[in-house]
Design a protein around this ligand. Structure first.
Ligand SMILES: [Zn+2]
Length: 443
């Protein structure tokens, strides 16, 4: 096709002056822009991303890549979540969720309400492709067309239609999810939000699969401790190192007649799997304590920020008059990986067999604070423990904030596992494996 023919076609598609299109095309081609791309760009300029011969390629979802600018897909709507976000300084209400065809699933963001619902089978023309959380995502905007598909769509048998999930299956980035939960804790707080002081409710939700923290950004009275609720249209983001459930003004909450029984124990996992998942709110691991890290025993904290300090120096607040505290940072190994288990004042008191006064007295007698952590190390190192807590991973390593701590030896299954773990460890090493240092130094 000659340049003139391209211009003719574009001008007639777009209903604009052929002379103008022709000169735009020439400009673009001068900069070595390929003809198809040049035509797309002119269509965009005139507010029509597609139409006529310029309709973008129809592709299977599995074939969508960030190399595409625009695509056309035929897919089933798996989920629709609604959220209000700040976009270029303005509040925008978006729809977001997942689409699927036979080949794969893909997430989408719709910048206007196309009116489609979960289960709808659609032909989506001229969706933009952008990268989101390391994967391609479809953007449905002004120049996107949405119509009912004229063929029926088969999706993979493992694809779940709708947003219903157990808490243990939720991951940061999930949107349009529905959960049935028992409220385990709920507390109202005031934060300094983007619209000034805002009341929110924070707490913990539980179902038969586990527990997760939540934030309700539009507090409603149904959310109170012990309530059993169906909560529709929540999104999940990472907060303080673990997945967190977010309720918005678009979230619908209804009371369930059959109460949900939250699981009382935490799921038992391997340390490697927990680290791989990037953070877990409530897990149980069983392993051997290899060593006690520096900063254990009788420590001092900054009275301003609570950080552990050394020689009266806080890295944030400089010279301060520290307050005493007790803590243990133990390196726990279960044969798959290691984690730094952090025990707070109360758990440390239990293990040490005395509180701050006893620790201070021991330190005075020995004229050395280290005696406290040495004594704790003597009782813990080499032992097997079952530890429950919150695992978070940051640049400094993996930390387990311990909520429950007990010897594992009372359970034959634990003992068997511990023996197995020890067999897997390098023989005759007798010390801390090199990778034991991956535990955190961050707090
Ligand atoms: Zn400080």
């Amino acid at each position: 096709m000659e340049l003139d023919d391209h211009a003719e076609e574009l001008a007639s598609d777009l209903g604009v002056d052929k002379q103008e299109v022709s000169s735009d095309l020439e400009d673009l081609l001068q900069y070595s822009v390929p003809i198809d791309e040049a035509k797309q760009s002119i269509r965009r300029k005139h507010g029509s991303g597609w139409g006529g011969g310029g309709q973008p390629e129809s592709v299977d979802i599995a074939a969508v890549s960030t190399d595409h600018d625009n695509v056309t897909v035929t897919a089933t709507v798996l989920t629709v979540g609604t959220r209000s976000i700040q976009y270029q300084g303005e509040e925008a209400v978006i729809r977001e969720g997942e689409l699927a065809d036979e080949s794969d699933r893909i997430s989408y963001t719709a910048w206007q309400d196309f009116g489609f619902e979960t289960g709808d089978e659609l032909k989506i023309g001229n969706a933009g492709v952008r990268e989101w959380e390391g994967a391609p995502e479809l953007n449905l905007g002004e120049s996107t067309s949405v119509a009912m598909a004229d063929e029926s769509i088969t999706t993979d048998a493992n694809t779940t239609l709708g947003g219903d999930r157990h808490l243990s299956a939720l991951e940061p980035g999930d949107r349009g999810r529905n959960i049935e939960v028992q409220v385990l804790e709920a507390e109202s707080t005031v934060i300094d939000g983007r619209d000034g002081e805002t009341e929110i409710v924070e707490g913990v939700l539980g179902d038969e699969s586990g527990r997760l923290p939540f934030t309700d950004w539009d507090p409603r009275s149904d959310i109170e401790a012990d309530a059993s609720l169906r909560v529709e249209d929540v999104y999940i983001r990472e907060f303080r190192g673990v997945p967190s459930v977010n309720l918005t003004e678009f979230t619908q909450v209804s009371t369930l007649t059959d109460p949900v029984a939250a699981k009382s124990g935490a799921p038992r996992v391997s340390i490697a799997d927990a680290i791989e998942s990037g953070g877990r709110f409530d897990i149980e691991v069983v392993g051997t304590i290899l060593d006690i890290r520096d900063g254990s025993g009788l420590i001092e904290r900054c009275p301003e920020c609570g950080r552990a300090i050394q020689n009266g120096q806080c890295r944030e607040h400089g010279g301060v008059d520290g307050t005493d505290d007790l803590r243990v940072k133990a390196i726990l190994d279960d044969g798959t990986d290691t984690v730094t288990a952090i025990l707070d004042h109360d758990l440390t008191t239990e293990i040490y067999g005395g509180g701050l006064d006893a620790a201070r007295e021991a330190a005075r007698d020995a004229m050395d604070k280290e005696v406290v952590s040495q004594e704790i190390a003597q009782s813990l190192v080499g032992g097997s423990y079952r530890i429950r807590g919150k695992l978070s991973v940051d640049d400094y390593g993996a930390n387990l904030d311990v909520t429950e701590f007990q010897p594992a030896d009372d359970d034959p299954a634990d003992r068997a596992q511990t023996v197995l773990d020890q067999l897997e460890q390098p023989a005759a090493d007798g010390g801390v494996p090199p990778d034991a240092t991956r535990g955190g130094e961050s707090r």
